[in-house]
Design a protein around this ligand. Structure first.
Ligand code: OGA
Ligand code: NI
Length: 337
């Protein structure tokens, strides 16, 4: 049988057992309250200081915010989302030919967590991921179908990269670290991760994505109009309300480390939807593999000593992947002793 959920879900009469999580780790009640409290920040506002303060506050309190009037054209987002959705509607052969669990592959498709054979329970999601930057280096590896895929995703990824750099610049200003701190090796990798969660007959028994934090600096997420993303706040899960033409932005582990714990990388998870497919596109802005990550020196002093070590991003990534992103342990080896 094809592995990708999008290839077989329509033909299954009985909900497959290996997608049923044990009672204690199921979503259970999937209808958590939709948060009106996660800040929505208008990036077209003229008052730069105000915008910076809002971003910093959101990064400290929620690790999450949404941005509107962000400068990425609605047209490029819509076109990219259109080809993402078309991708997962293609014939099984067209998708499965890109299937790989090898994380070093520049472009690949997998399902659940990419350790399909060894994981005990599978998640109800397929994932297409590839590097986006620099385009000249990576675009040749992207899917050739749907026919417009490369053209549309190219356009959108260029705009998202600019937005991500702009947000990072606002953050560096707000944190009080030097302008341009994130330029270069700290933010030259842009990994696109497209999640597809087909309609799920039993969304309370399985996960779209289990709770995790994102590995990179920041994630810029396009979520479609279907709800599914939940964020942990004060020990409670709250739903992130889909807002038309907004992006969800969240702090990844590296930004938590660089800010010496001031900005928080917050746990989030995704529930499937019983009647609608949900597609989301996460752009992970990350350091290059040899990029050195450490608490910014401008932020640390005798009364605020670094709480993390200095390391190469590839050391973090290989540990993160070896633990399947387990949020209980992901930061352990990188804490200052
Ligand atoms: C992710 C993620 C959320 C979503 O890809 O890391 O958290 O809404 N995605 O799909
Ligand atoms: Ni995530």
């Amino acid at each position: 049988m094809a592995k990708l959920v999008s290839s077989w879900y329509n033909d299954v009469k009985i909900f497959p057992e290996n997608y049923i999580f044990p009672l204690e780790s199921r979503p259970g009640n999937i209808t958590v309250p939709l948060a009106s409290s996660i800040p929505v920040i208008d990036l077209s506002e003229a008052n730069r200081t105000n915008t910076i303060q809002k971003i910093l506050k959101a990064g400290e309190e929620f690790g999450f915010f949404q941005v509107i009037n962000h400068g990425v054209s609605e047209n490029s987002v819509n076109k990219a989302m259109k080809v993402f959705k078309e991708f997962f509607k293609m014939q099984a052969e067209d998708k499965e030919s890109l299937y790989s669990e090898d994380n070093s592959k520049i472009c690949r498709v997998y399902t659940s967590t990419a350790s399909y054979a060894t994981e005990e329970f599978h998640r109800w999601r397929d994932n297409l991921r590839h590097q986006c930057h620099p385009l000249e280096q990576y675009q040749i590896f992207w899917p050739e179908k749907p026919i417009r895929y490369q053209e549309y995703v190219r356009e959108c990824s260029i705009e998202v990269k600019q937005l991500a750099s702009r947000i990072l610049e606002l953050i560096s200003e707000g944190l009080g670290i030097r302008s341009g701190y994130f330029d270069g090796e700290l933010s030259e990798s842009l990994l696109l991760s497209v999640n597809h969660y087909p309609p799920c007959p039993e969304p309370s028994l399985t996960w779209g994505a289990s709770k995790h934090c994102d590995p990179g600096l920041i994630t810029i997420l396009i979520q479609d109009e279907i709800y599914g993303l939940q964020v942990l706040k004060n020990g409670e899960w709250i739903g992130v309300k889909p807002i038309a033409n907004a992006f969800v932005v969240n702090v990844g582990y590296q930004l938590q480390i660089i800010s010496n714990g001031k900005l928080k990388s917050v746990l989030h998870q995704v529930v499937a939807n019983s009647s609608h497919a949900r597609t989301s596109a996460a752009f992970f802005l990350q350091p290059l593999e040899d990029g050195i990550v450490e608490p910014a020196k401008a932020l640390t002093h005798a009364s605020n000593p670094p709480i993390y070590k200095s390391f190469k991003y590839k050391e973090f990534l290989s540990y993160y992947l070896s633990k399947n992103g387990d949020p209980e342990v992901a930061l352990e080896p990188f804490k200052a002793t």
